[in-house]
Design a protein around this ligand. Structure first.
Ligand code: EPZ
Length: 429
């Protein structure tokens, strides 16, 4: 299994190109199932999760062609996928495929909307606490689907098609909003989604669906209104930049010190996180090219942060912020409100000499003078990258084991960091 070796203590200087957002690319690819015409997606990141979803879509009969590079394309440009779900040959998403990635469960929405039936295994995914699908099922039932659970599978049927409905989510859910949105595009009549997630990835998917002929208004607010249409067509859409990748590298620079341009990043996608970085002592400068982040000389100031749905501080940056705060001059508190067990990185950060105490959903981090490199291992994507951030600042050698999770969500991580002066390499095998 591949590992990453880091020799810490180097400042980061240079440019890091930001990739397309994983969490937009996945639902955008899934949306291809809604039409028999070709959906072209540009700026799709090369990630294990994207490859896994390609396998899942392939199982339904979807043809995916990855276009080669064209003259003038940069080395880091994401791939262009031509996705055609002209013939859906199977409406079942099997356990072997779905259990590897939770977002693959979302195929249930376009399948039931277009085909009137779907059989999808209950999902797996990162080890970050129980992640139920009750609200996704609630949304589909409101839209008129009959749902049964049998043998670990969700069986959804709507032989007469879905019908528009009022869907009010009791809590903000990104997955629930994606599923409701995709299913409602082909339902008869109007759907109103209340307490909808406002994440930028929801807006990106709604934009693409509208290009495909959907009638969606209000994406990005907590009330989304969808007028159902009889069919959707093809479209071309560029995946928005990854705000979590952006925030992760911003935290890395704040941690090591230095000055880096995050090329292609958009500040409005992560304002809450940028505000926290400024409070922590970093200099954040939005430019035409992206976001410039620097920390020179000054130490890291402690912060109090609570994760929240967008536009709040994202849970997907919580582990990275915690790594940063291990070296703050004082005590920080980080409260996780989205997932109940997303603290798997705490015991691994302790291996660097970090001092962190957990009390329910709040972590208290007492900054230390210095971290020391260590062998570490993580069990989820964002936790893994928090260990990389700690390793970049730690004295001596850090070996991050089991980097499978990193490859799920960070494109060419070691190349991007070593391009800015980090001593980091992948050891294969
Ligand atoms: C998405 O997960 C992201 N995944 C996650 O990113 C991200 O952490 C999360 O949103 C929150 O921002 C993708 O976009 C592929 P939710 P999702 O539905 O949609 C509860 C990463 O590292 N809930 O908004 O699964 C749930 O348990 C990943 O890239 C129910 O109770 O998250 C959680 O407490 C990890 N019932 C809360 O809602 C349901 O039916 C928010 O979950 C659904 C969710």
């Amino acid at each position: 299994m591949d590992r990453i070796r880091i020799n810490g203590g180097k400042e980061l200087h240079g440019t890091i190109p930001i990739s397309g957002a994983k969490n937009a690319a996945l639902p955008l690819m899934t949306a291809s199932l809604l039409t028999d015409e070709t959906l072209i997606l540009d700026n799709v990141p090369r990630l294990a999760d994207v490859a896994q979803l390609q396998r899942i879509l392939g199982n339904h009969g979807v043809d995916i062609m990855a276009a080669g590079k064209r003259a003038g394309d940069s080395e880091y440009q994401g791939q262009t996928l031509h996705i055609s779900a002209k013939n859906i040959i199977d409406t079942t998403a099997p356990y072997e495929l779905v259990s590897k990635m939770r977002a693959s469960f979302w195929v249930i929405a376009p399948l039931i909307a277009r085909m009137g039936e779907a059989k999808v295994s209950l999902p797996g995914g990162c080890a970050i606490g129980t992640r139920p699908v009750d609200l996704l099922i609630m949304a589909l039932e409101k839209l008129g689907a009959a749902i049964a659970i049998d043998g670990g599978y969700v069986l959804a049927r709507a032989p007469q098609g879905l019908r528009g409905a009022a869907i009010a989510f009791p809590k903000v859910t990104v997955s629930g909003t994606h599923v409701a949105l995709m299913a409602a595009t082909l339902a008869r009549g109007t759907t109103v989604i209340d307490n909808a997630a406002r994440e930028p990835e929801i807006v990106d998917v709604a934009d693409c669906l509208n290009k495909m002929g959907a009638h969606i208004a209000g994406a990005g607010t907590s009330r989304i209104v969808v007028e159902g249409v009889a069919r959707l067509g093809g479209a071309r859409h560029t995946v928005l930049p990854d705000r979590i990748e952006t925030g992760t590298y911003a935290m890395a620079v704040a941690m090591t010190g230095g000055d880096v341009m995050l090329a292609g990043a958009r500040p409005e996608l992560l304002q809450a996180a940028l505000d926290v970085l400024v409070e922590a002592g970093a200099t954040v400068t939005p430019t035409n090219e992206g976001i410039r982040i620097a920390r020179n000389g000054s130490g890291i100031a402690p912060v109090e942060v609570t994760t929240a749905p967008f536009p709040g501080f994202p849970t997907d940056l919580q582990a990275q912020l915690m790594a940063l705060m291990t070296r703050a001059r004082g005590t920080s508190h980080i409260t996780e409100t989205i997932f109940e067990n997303r603290f798997m990185h705490v015991q691994e950060l302790a291996r660097f000499g970090a001092r962190i105490q957990l009390d329910g959903e709040t972590a208290t981090i007492q900054g230390v003078e210095a971290l020391r490199g260590a062998p570490v291992m993580a069990t989820d994507l964002r936790a893994s990258v928090s260990l990389v951030i700690a390793g970049l600042a730690a004295e001596g050698e850090t070996m991050v084991n089991r980097i499978y999770h990193l490859d799920r969500g960070f494109e060419r991580l070691e190349e991007k960091l070593s391009g800015c002066g980090a001593v980091i390499e992948r050891i294969t095998g």
